[in-house]
Ligand binder design. Structure first.
Ligand code: UD1
Length: 430
């Protein structure tokens, strides 16, 4: 199994190209199930989660053609991919596939909308908490679906003539359930109003793509999304938006290691809250023509308290990385996680590097230390694992991160992107 070896101490200097967003690419790929025409997606990141979803979509009958030409070949592996689902050959998403990636449960929306039925395995738990699917089920029921949970599967059937538009108020904000409701409602009869919808940029990106496919959607990016159902959707061409979590991660890496880096191909508006937080912590961040410039020269890292919240608040997917940064601050910072109940797996690993962190319920109290020391650590989930890399960049000596398959799920060519800025980061294959 691969490991990542980091030797800390170098400042980061140079440019890092930001990839297409994993969390947008996944629902966009799933939207290809809604049409018999070809959906072309540009800027699809080359990640283990994307490859896994390609397998899942193939099982439902999606024909995938990866464009041979790599975009910005020397800089990024992001690809253009054509998805064509002439007919849905199988409405079952089996446990063996869904259990490997939670977002694959989202196929339930398009399958139900287009075929009137779906049998999708429950995704099961994961390292960051129980992550139930009740909101998806309630939302689809509001559109008239009949649902039954049996032997670990959700069996869903639409009324004769298809799903029926309705008003549904989410009791809690969910990104995935908003994606699914929006996709399901595109082909429903009549109007659907989704209240308390997720406002994440990835929801807006999906709405843009669905609109290009012929859907009638308004309000994406606000708490109320209205979808007027149409009888069919067509193909479209859409470019996946830049990855705001990858952007924030590298911005935090620069704030941690010090240096001067341009993050290319990204947009500040995708992560204003996290960038403002980083400015308070001591990073100098400016917008450039090609992206964002992040600088930290000489001055120390200031402690800042954060609380994770749905967009536009501080993203839970940057919480672990920010905690890594705070381990080297000049004081005490409190980090409160409100989205997932068990998203502190990285605390014990950061402690192995010398961090001083105490947990009390949903809040971690991080007392900055003057030095971290490299050690063997273990990646526990996607975002937690990259927080260990960030800590390793500022630790003395060697940090060896094992179980890096978590990193490969969501960070395209991480070691290469950091190395080109002067970090010592390498993949070690046993
Ligand atoms: C998405 C992101 C993930 C990010 C998360 C929150 C993708 C592929 N993943 O995950 O990286 O961390 O948003 O920003 O886009 N919940 C329920 N019932 C449900 C659904 C969710 O209680 O039916 C809860 C979850 O357990 C969690 C909260 O709602 O506590 C938010 O989860 P949700 O927004 O659905 O996260 P995902 O869409 O799975």
């Amino acid at each position: 199994m691969d490991r990542i070896r980091i030797v800390g101490g170098n400042e980061l200097k140079g440019t890092i190209p930001i990839s297409g967003a994993k969390n947008a690419a996944l629902p966009l790929m799933i939207a290809s199930l809604l049409t018999s025409d070809t959906l072309t997606l540009e800027n699809v990141p080359h990640l283990a989660d994307v490859e896994q979803l390609l397998r899942i979509l193939g099982n439902h009958g999606v024909d995938v053609a990866v464009n041979g030409r790599r975009e910005r070949q020397e800089e990024s592996y992001s690809r253009t991919i054509n998805f064509t689902c002439r007919t849905i050959v199988d409405t079952t998403a089996p446990y063996e596939l869904v259990s490997k990636m939670r977002a694959s449960f989202w196929v339930i929306g398009p399958l139900l909308a287009r075929e009137g039925q779906a049998r999708v395995s429950l995704p099961g738990g994961c390292a960051i908490g129980t992550r139930p699917v009740d909101l998806f089920l309630e939302g689809l029921q509001a559109l008239g679906a009949t649902l039954e949970v049996d032997a670990g599967y959700v069996n869903a059937t639409a009324p004769k003539g298809g799903l029926i538009g309705a008003r549904y108020v989410f009791p809690k904000v969910s990104v995935g359930a908003t994606h699914v409701m929006m996709m399901a409602a595109t082909l429903a009869r009549g109007t659907t109003v989704i209240e308390n919808a997720a406002r994440e940029p990835e929801v807006v990106d999906l709405a843009k793509c669905l609109t290009a496919m012929g859907a009638k959607i308004s309000g994406a990016g606000t708490q109320t999304i209205t979808v007027d159902g149409v009888t069919s959707l067509s193909g479209a061409r859409h470019r996946v938006l830049p990855d705001r979590i990858e952007t924030g991660t590298y911005a935090m890496a620069v704030a941690m290691a010090g240096g001067d880096v341009v993050l290319e191909g990204t947009e500040a508006s995708l992560l204003d809250n996290a960038l403002d937080t980083l400015r308070l912590a001591g990073a100098h961040i400016t917008e450039t023509e090609t992206g964002l410039r992040v600088v930290r020269n000489g001055n120390g890292i200031q402690p800042v308290d954060i609380t994770t919240e749905p967009f536009p608040g501080f993203p839970t997917d940057l919480q672990a990385q920010f905690m890594a940064l705070m381990t080297r601050s000049s004081g005490v910072s409190n980090i409160t996680e409100t989205i997932f109940e068990n998203r502190f797996m990285h605390v014990q690993e950061l402690a192995r590097l010398g961090a001083r962190i105490s947990l009390s319920g949903q809040t971690a109290r991080v007392e900055g230390v003057t030095r971290l020391k490299g050690a063997p650590v273990m990646a526990t989930d996607l975002r937690a694992s990259v927080s260990l890399v960030i800590a390793g960049l500022a630790a003395e000596g060697e940090t060896m991160v094992s179980r890096v398959y978590h990193l490969d799920r969501g960070f395209e060519r991480l070691e290469e992107k950091l190395t080109r800025c002067g970090a010592v980061v390498e993949r070690v294959s046993d």
